[in-house]
Design a protein around this ligand. Structure first.
Ligand code: CP
Length: 303
């Protein structure tokens, strides 16, 4: 593993290695055990979209690992003035040990990785959000112990979180049903991957089908970053795709709820369902820190 740009980059064994490393780092952090695995290492974090969780988790994570993270917002750097990704990659590679990027176009992250001589980590693009899926898998494993065979329902937009959820969960042997409105299907790359898992994957337009007997239910915002001009149209298209109590009643009795956040209560999830599952949702948020530290330590130490 040289870079982490998509869940498709990872084999099942590598996902498990990241989860095991994250579990250990969480234990160390909670018990005050020093784990300065990246002492003296540095990363630059390019953010072309807003972020709370991803940015803070990378920045705090690097500090806890003994390294340093530099936040580079596109609007205050030459990236915002159009400097080419291949040049940015070669510049930053001369200064730091790793590059984190959150941007819209997956191709920009791919181009950075092509030219960088240090690891590049995808902190979210429109196509994929691998850090989120790794944290979700970690959280589910903490509660359910064994991932293989669990029934997962994803209700909502077939966007970045959905794409990574499909790939990550299928690789872990989970059974995935995605329910999204017509016209909001997952990315063709995720669907092409799922073709090889005909017994484990279903795409439908009925949220009740995704909720039925689910061990874990996922949802995500209806209007992702960059789609704000479509908000009204999306509210209409996603009517009926709100994760609410009647949908939860169709699921397994101990069904978990995962939401990558930020949540729009009353849209993709009711306030009631959110609060009833807040503990596991915020565990998932915390686990972003631990999995991102695991990815950093594995990628930067392997250099
Ligand atoms: N879920 C997630 O990526 O959160 P942020 O947008 O706050 O980083």
């Amino acid at each position: 593993m040289n870079h982490l740009l998509r869940m498709l980059d990872l084999g099942a064994d590598e996902i498990l290695e990241i989860l095991d490393t994250a579990d250990q780092l969480k234990y160390d952090q909670k018990h005050g055990i020093p784990h300065k695995l990246l002492a003296g290492k540095t990363i630059t974090m390019i953010f072309e979209k807003q972020s709370t969780r991803t940015r803070v988790a990378f920045e705090m994570g690097m500090y806890q690992l003994g390294g340093h993270a530099l936040f580079l917002q596109d609007s205050v750097s030459q990236i915002g003035r159009g400097e080419a990704a291949e040049d940015t990659a070669r510049v930053l590679s001369r200064y730091c040990d790793g590059i984190v990027i959150r941007t819209f176009d997956q191709q920009e992250a791919e181009q950075l990785a092509r030219y960088a001589t240090c690891p590049v980590i995808n902190a979210q693009t429109d196509d994929s959000h691998p850090m989120q899926t790794l944290a979700d898998l970690m959280t589910i494993r903490e509660r359910k112990v064994v991932l293989a065979g669990l029934r997962v329902g994803f209700i909502g937009d077939g966007f970045n979180v959905c794409n990574s959820t499909i790939v990550g969960c299928l690789k872990m042997g989970m059974i995935v049903t995605v329910a999204c409105p017509e016209g909001y299907a997952p990315h063709r790359e995720a669907l092409a991957f799922a073709v090889d898992y005909p017994q484990q994957f279903t795409l439908c337009h009925d949220p009740r089908q995704a909720a039925k007997d689910a061990d874990v239910l996922f949802t995500d915002v209806w209007t992702s970053m960059g789609k704000e001009s479509e908000r009204q149209a999306r509210r209409a298209a996603f009517a009926g795709f709100c994760l609410d109590a009647p949908l939860l009643e169709l699921a397994a009795p101990d069904c978990m709820v995962q939401h990558s956040l930020p949540a729009h209560k009353g849209e993709e999830i009711t306030a009631d369902v959110f609060e009833r599952h807040a503990e596991e949702i915020f565990d998932e948020t915390e686990n972003r820190l631990h999995v991102q530290k695991a990815v950093l330590s594995m990628l930067l130490r392997e250099k």
